[in-house]
Design a protein around this ligand. Structure first.
Ligand SMILES: Nc1ncnc2c1ncn2[C@@H]1O[C@H](COP(=O)(O)OP(=O)(O)OP(=O)(O)O)[C@@H](O)[C@H]1O
Ligand SMILES: [Mg+2]
Length: 276
Protein backbone atom coordinates (compact mmCIF):
# COMPACT_ATOMS: atom_id res chain seq x y z
CA UNK A 1 0.00 0.00 0.00
CA UNK A 2 1.35 3.43 -0.88
CA UNK A 3 1.73 6.26 1.59
CA UNK A 4 0.85 9.76 0.41
CA UNK A 5 2.64 12.46 2.39
CA UNK A 6 2.20 16.24 2.03
CA UNK A 7 4.94 18.60 3.11
CA UNK A 8 3.16 21.79 4.17
CA UNK A 9 3.70 25.15 5.79
CA UNK A 10 2.02 28.34 4.63
CA UNK A 11 5.14 30.25 5.66
CA UNK A 12 7.69 30.67 2.86
CA UNK A 13 11.22 29.31 2.94
CA UNK A 14 10.85 26.76 5.74
CA UNK A 15 12.63 23.96 3.86
CA UNK A 16 9.61 22.27 2.26
CA UNK A 17 11.12 21.69 -1.18
CA UNK A 18 14.56 20.78 0.20
CA UNK A 19 12.86 18.22 2.44
CA UNK A 20 10.67 16.82 -0.36
CA UNK A 21 13.71 16.31 -2.61
CA UNK A 22 15.99 14.78 -0.01
CA UNK A 23 13.40 12.58 1.72
CA UNK A 24 12.25 11.30 -1.69
CA UNK A 25 15.81 10.76 -2.90
CA UNK A 26 16.62 8.70 0.16
CA UNK A 27 13.38 6.70 -0.07
CA UNK A 28 14.34 5.94 -3.67
CA UNK A 29 17.81 4.84 -2.50
CA UNK A 30 16.18 2.50 -0.03
CA UNK A 31 14.51 0.91 -3.05
CA UNK A 32 11.03 2.41 -2.60
CA UNK A 33 9.26 3.48 -5.80
CA UNK A 34 8.71 7.17 -5.09
CA UNK A 35 6.77 9.93 -6.83
CA UNK A 36 7.14 13.64 -6.12
CA UNK A 37 4.03 15.67 -6.94
CA UNK A 38 4.99 19.31 -7.47
CA UNK A 39 2.02 21.44 -6.43
CA UNK A 40 4.04 24.63 -6.29
CA UNK A 41 3.77 27.33 -9.00
CA UNK A 42 7.45 28.31 -8.57
CA UNK A 43 8.17 24.71 -9.66
CA UNK A 44 11.23 24.51 -7.43
CA UNK A 45 11.17 20.73 -7.08
CA UNK A 46 10.75 20.37 -10.86
CA UNK A 47 13.66 22.74 -11.49
CA UNK A 48 15.75 21.08 -8.79
CA UNK A 49 15.49 17.75 -10.64
CA UNK A 50 16.79 19.35 -13.83
CA UNK A 51 13.46 19.72 -15.66
CA UNK A 52 12.76 23.03 -17.37
CA UNK A 53 9.08 23.85 -16.70
CA UNK A 54 8.95 25.98 -19.87
CA UNK A 55 9.78 22.94 -21.98
CA UNK A 56 6.75 20.98 -20.76
CA UNK A 57 3.54 20.66 -22.73
CA UNK A 58 1.53 19.63 -19.73
CA UNK A 59 1.95 19.79 -15.97
CA UNK A 60 0.03 19.52 -12.72
CA UNK A 61 -2.12 22.47 -13.80
CA UNK A 62 -3.52 20.43 -16.71
CA UNK A 63 -4.06 17.40 -14.46
CA UNK A 64 -6.03 19.47 -11.95
CA UNK A 65 -8.08 21.41 -14.50
CA UNK A 66 -8.68 19.06 -17.43
CA UNK A 67 -10.73 15.88 -17.17
CA UNK A 68 -8.91 14.32 -20.14
CA UNK A 69 -5.40 14.68 -18.65
CA UNK A 70 -4.42 11.96 -16.21
CA UNK A 71 -1.53 12.09 -13.77
CA UNK A 72 0.15 9.24 -15.66
CA UNK A 73 0.26 11.49 -18.77
CA UNK A 74 2.66 13.97 -17.18
CA UNK A 75 4.88 11.85 -14.89
CA UNK A 76 8.57 11.95 -15.80
CA UNK A 77 11.43 9.78 -14.63
CA UNK A 78 14.46 11.50 -13.08
CA UNK A 79 18.17 10.75 -13.00
CA UNK A 80 17.64 9.16 -9.60
CA UNK A 81 16.62 5.51 -9.89
CA UNK A 82 13.13 4.80 -8.49
CA UNK A 83 12.26 8.51 -8.37
CA UNK A 84 9.61 10.04 -10.62
CA UNK A 85 8.07 13.53 -10.66
CA UNK A 86 4.74 15.01 -11.67
CA UNK A 87 6.09 18.46 -12.64
CA UNK A 88 4.73 21.96 -12.08
CA UNK A 89 4.67 25.11 -14.16
CA UNK A 90 3.92 28.72 -13.30
CA UNK A 91 0.39 28.20 -14.71
CA UNK A 92 -0.41 26.45 -11.41
CA UNK A 93 -0.78 29.90 -9.89
CA UNK A 94 -4.08 30.19 -11.83
CA UNK A 95 -5.51 27.09 -10.22
CA UNK A 96 -7.52 28.86 -7.54
CA UNK A 97 -9.35 31.12 -9.98
CA UNK A 98 -9.97 28.43 -12.57
CA UNK A 99 -11.03 25.73 -10.13
CA UNK A 100 -13.30 28.03 -8.12
CA UNK A 101 -16.56 27.03 -9.80
CA UNK A 102 -15.65 23.42 -10.62
CA UNK A 103 -17.30 20.58 -8.73
CA UNK A 104 -15.11 18.72 -6.26
CA UNK A 105 -12.54 21.50 -6.42
CA UNK A 106 -10.86 20.27 -3.22
CA UNK A 107 -10.74 16.64 -4.42
CA UNK A 108 -9.18 17.02 -7.88
CA UNK A 109 -5.75 15.69 -6.88
CA UNK A 110 -7.22 12.85 -4.84
CA UNK A 111 -9.29 11.71 -7.85
CA UNK A 112 -6.34 11.90 -10.22
CA UNK A 113 -3.92 10.19 -7.83
CA UNK A 114 -6.08 7.09 -7.63
CA UNK A 115 -5.00 5.92 -11.10
CA UNK A 116 -1.25 5.89 -10.27
CA UNK A 117 -1.21 5.15 -6.55
CA UNK A 118 -0.60 1.42 -6.96
CA UNK A 119 2.63 2.07 -8.85
CA UNK A 120 4.36 3.76 -5.91
CA UNK A 121 5.38 3.00 -2.34
CA UNK A 122 5.63 6.68 -1.44
CA UNK A 123 4.06 9.78 -2.97
CA UNK A 124 5.50 13.01 -1.57
CA UNK A 125 3.73 16.29 -2.33
CA UNK A 126 5.51 19.66 -2.33
CA UNK A 127 3.13 22.47 -1.37
CA UNK A 128 3.32 26.23 -1.97
CA UNK A 129 3.64 28.69 0.93
CA UNK A 130 -0.09 29.45 1.09
CA UNK A 131 -3.39 28.09 2.32
CA UNK A 132 -4.91 28.10 -1.17
CA UNK A 133 -6.69 25.30 -3.05
CA UNK A 134 -3.32 23.76 -3.95
CA UNK A 135 -2.35 22.73 -0.40
CA UNK A 136 -6.00 21.93 0.32
CA UNK A 137 -6.00 19.52 -2.64
CA UNK A 138 -2.71 18.06 -1.40
CA UNK A 139 -4.03 17.52 2.12
CA UNK A 140 -7.29 16.05 0.91
CA UNK A 141 -5.33 13.53 -1.16
CA UNK A 142 -2.86 12.67 1.61
CA UNK A 143 -2.66 10.04 4.31
CA UNK A 144 -0.13 12.01 6.34
CA UNK A 145 1.56 15.37 6.59
CA UNK A 146 4.92 16.76 7.60
CA UNK A 147 5.40 20.36 8.76
CA UNK A 148 8.93 21.71 8.28
CA UNK A 149 9.50 24.46 10.81
CA UNK A 150 12.43 26.74 11.50
CA UNK A 151 13.03 26.94 15.24
CA UNK A 152 12.42 30.71 15.50
CA UNK A 153 9.76 32.59 17.48
CA UNK A 154 7.87 33.96 14.47
CA UNK A 155 7.65 30.48 13.00
CA UNK A 156 5.73 29.42 16.11
CA UNK A 157 3.08 32.07 15.40
CA UNK A 158 2.75 30.65 11.88
CA UNK A 159 2.37 27.15 13.32
CA UNK A 160 -0.58 28.33 15.37
CA UNK A 161 -2.35 29.62 12.23
CA UNK A 162 -1.46 26.46 10.33
CA UNK A 163 -2.92 24.29 13.07
CA UNK A 164 -6.29 26.07 12.77
CA UNK A 165 -6.33 25.55 9.03
CA UNK A 166 -5.24 21.90 9.29
CA UNK A 167 -7.86 21.15 11.91
CA UNK A 168 -10.52 22.56 9.57
CA UNK A 169 -9.26 20.64 6.53
CA UNK A 170 -9.22 17.46 8.54
CA UNK A 171 -12.72 17.92 9.93
CA UNK A 172 -14.34 19.03 6.70
CA UNK A 173 -12.42 17.22 3.98
CA UNK A 174 -10.18 14.40 5.14
CA UNK A 175 -10.86 12.97 8.62
CA UNK A 176 -8.27 10.22 8.13
CA UNK A 177 -5.39 12.69 7.59
CA UNK A 178 -2.61 11.98 10.08
CA UNK A 179 0.11 14.15 11.47
CA UNK A 180 3.37 12.35 10.69
CA UNK A 181 5.53 14.96 12.34
CA UNK A 182 6.85 18.45 12.84
CA UNK A 183 10.35 18.71 11.43
CA UNK A 184 12.88 21.27 12.63
CA UNK A 185 14.80 22.61 9.63
CA UNK A 186 17.74 24.98 9.24
CA UNK A 187 18.38 24.60 12.96
CA UNK A 188 21.38 26.58 14.13
CA UNK A 189 22.32 24.61 17.21
CA UNK A 190 24.81 27.30 18.34
CA UNK A 191 21.94 29.65 19.22
CA UNK A 192 20.16 29.49 22.57
CA UNK A 193 16.95 30.56 20.88
CA UNK A 194 16.99 27.42 18.73
CA UNK A 195 16.90 25.09 21.71
CA UNK A 196 14.30 27.22 23.47
CA UNK A 197 11.95 27.17 20.46
CA UNK A 198 12.46 23.45 19.99
CA UNK A 199 11.61 22.84 23.66
CA UNK A 200 8.42 24.93 23.36
CA UNK A 201 7.20 22.98 20.36
CA UNK A 202 8.13 19.61 21.90
CA UNK A 203 6.36 20.51 25.11
CA UNK A 204 3.19 21.04 23.15
CA UNK A 205 3.35 18.45 20.38
CA UNK A 206 5.22 15.69 22.22
CA UNK A 207 6.09 12.70 20.06
CA UNK A 208 4.67 14.39 16.98
CA UNK A 209 8.02 16.19 16.70
CA UNK A 210 10.60 14.20 14.73
CA UNK A 211 13.66 13.38 16.80
CA UNK A 212 15.76 13.92 13.67
CA UNK A 213 16.64 17.58 13.19
CA UNK A 214 17.86 19.15 9.94
CA UNK A 215 20.73 21.42 10.90
CA UNK A 216 21.69 24.53 8.99
CA UNK A 217 24.17 23.58 6.29
CA UNK A 218 25.34 25.83 3.47
CA UNK A 219 25.56 23.07 0.84
CA UNK A 220 21.76 22.82 0.77
CA UNK A 221 21.91 26.11 -1.12
CA UNK A 222 24.43 24.77 -3.63
CA UNK A 223 23.04 21.28 -4.34
CA UNK A 224 20.03 22.44 -6.42
CA UNK A 225 22.36 24.00 -9.02
CA UNK A 226 23.76 20.54 -9.76
CA UNK A 227 20.39 18.78 -9.76
CA UNK A 228 21.73 16.40 -7.14
CA UNK A 229 20.23 15.49 -3.82
CA UNK A 230 22.44 15.98 -0.79
CA UNK A 231 23.28 12.25 -0.98
CA UNK A 232 25.11 12.73 -4.27
CA UNK A 233 26.32 16.30 -3.70
CA UNK A 234 27.79 15.85 -0.22
CA UNK A 235 27.34 12.20 0.74
CA UNK A 236 29.49 12.29 3.88
CA UNK A 237 28.07 15.58 5.19
CA UNK A 238 25.93 16.34 8.20
CA UNK A 239 23.15 17.34 5.76
CA UNK A 240 23.12 13.83 4.28
CA UNK A 241 23.27 12.35 7.77
CA UNK A 242 20.26 14.42 8.91
CA UNK A 243 18.01 13.53 5.96
CA UNK A 244 19.02 9.87 6.15
CA UNK A 245 18.06 9.77 9.82
CA UNK A 246 14.78 11.61 9.12
CA UNK A 247 13.79 9.32 6.25
CA UNK A 248 14.45 6.24 8.36
CA UNK A 249 12.26 7.77 11.04
CA UNK A 250 9.49 8.38 8.48
CA UNK A 251 9.63 4.77 7.31
CA UNK A 252 9.52 3.52 10.92
CA UNK A 253 6.90 6.02 12.10
CA UNK A 254 4.59 4.76 9.42
CA UNK A 255 4.74 1.37 11.04
CA UNK A 256 4.55 2.47 14.63
CA UNK A 257 2.39 5.56 14.79
CA UNK A 258 0.04 5.06 11.90
CA UNK A 259 -3.05 4.99 14.04
CA UNK A 260 -2.19 7.86 16.34
CA UNK A 261 -4.40 10.88 16.58
CA UNK A 262 -3.70 14.12 14.77
CA UNK A 263 -2.35 16.62 17.27
CA UNK A 264 -2.13 14.84 20.61
CA UNK A 265 -1.84 17.60 23.17
CA UNK A 266 0.58 16.70 25.90
CA UNK A 267 0.67 18.67 29.13
CA UNK A 268 1.41 22.12 27.79
CA UNK A 269 2.59 24.67 30.32
CA UNK A 270 1.09 28.17 30.58
CA UNK A 271 4.19 29.40 28.82
CA UNK A 272 3.64 27.38 25.67
CA UNK A 273 -0.13 27.66 25.69
CA UNK A 274 0.06 31.23 24.51
CA UNK A 275 1.62 29.99 21.28
CA UNK A 276 -1.05 27.47 20.42
N1 LIG B 1 19.13 22.90 6.36
C1 LIG B 1 19.37 23.97 5.59
N2 LIG B 1 20.46 24.74 5.81
C2 LIG B 1 20.70 25.83 5.04
N3 LIG B 1 19.93 26.24 4.02
C3 LIG B 1 18.82 25.52 3.77
C4 LIG B 1 18.49 24.34 4.52
N4 LIG B 1 17.32 23.85 4.03
C5 LIG B 1 16.96 24.66 3.02
N5 LIG B 1 17.85 25.66 2.84
C6 LIG B 1 17.78 26.76 1.89
O1 LIG B 1 16.76 27.66 2.31
C7 LIG B 1 16.04 28.16 1.20
C8 LIG B 1 14.57 27.80 1.34
O2 LIG B 1 14.42 26.40 1.30
P1 LIG B 1 13.25 25.70 0.49
O3 LIG B 1 13.19 26.22 -0.90
O4 LIG B 1 13.42 24.24 0.67
O5 LIG B 1 12.01 26.22 1.32
P2 LIG B 1 10.47 26.18 0.92
O6 LIG B 1 9.72 26.05 2.19
O7 LIG B 1 10.24 25.14 -0.10
O8 LIG B 1 10.26 27.60 0.28
P3 LIG B 1 8.90 28.14 -0.44
O9 LIG B 1 7.95 28.39 0.67
O10 LIG B 1 9.34 29.38 -1.15
O11 LIG B 1 8.44 27.06 -1.35
C9 LIG B 1 16.68 27.54 -0.04
O12 LIG B 1 17.62 28.46 -0.55
C10 LIG B 1 17.38 26.31 0.50
O13 LIG B 1 18.51 25.95 -0.28
MG1 LIG C 1 9.29 25.31 -1.98
Amino acid sequence: MSRVISVVNQKGGTGKTTSVINISAYLARLGYKTLIVDMEPQANATLYLGIDPLSLEQSMYDVLLKEAVSLGDIILSTEIENLHIAPAQVSLSNTDINLADKPNKQYRLKEKLSSVKDRYDYIVIDCPPSLSLLPVNALTASDELIIPLQPKYLSLEGLKQLKVSLDRTRTELNPSLKMLGILFTMADMRLKMTKHCMDLVKEHFGDKVFSSVIRVYSKFNEAPITGQSIFEYAPQSRGAEDYKSLTEEIVNRGNIFYNNSFFPIVTASQRTRKFF
